[in-house]
Design a protein around this ligand. Structure first.
Ligand code: HEC
Length: 74
């Protein structure tokens, strides 16, 4: 077996071992997510369509642009 192939197999073994380690991300929790999103609804509107001048609509924003501010909510 070439040296390259054995390195690749070692790499895969490491990858799968890493997958087995419990990680700290919680399972998605729609109820908690909705509670956090209520904060945003105060200004950005219940369905992401804001009725306040100078407050942008969040509907149709790229998902990560919403994810980061919500993830920052304690
Ligand atoms: C107190 C009112 C208020 C609350 C609460 C609020 N926002 Fe905002 N948000 C604004 C305003 C005003 C802007 C526009 C700021 C600017 O243009 O500098 C904004 C901008 C944004 C933007 C950028 C949108 C764009 O088109 O540039 C995102 C994304 C965003 N808010 C997400 C959130 C999320 C997610 C939450 C809840 C965790 C939240 N906001 C809570 C008032 C609020």
């Amino acid at each position: 077996m070439s040296r390259y192939v054995s390195k690749a197999i070692q790499g895969m073994a490491f990858f799968f071992a890493a997958c087995a380690v419990p990680h700290t991300w919680a399972a998605p929790d729609a109820v908690a997510g909705k509670a956090k999103a209520q904060l945003c609804a105060a200004c950005h509107g219940e369905n992401g369509v804001s009725s306040i001048p100078d407050t942008p609509h969040l509907a149709a924003q790229p998902p990560l642009s919403i994810f980061y501010p919500i993830a920052a909510v304690p």
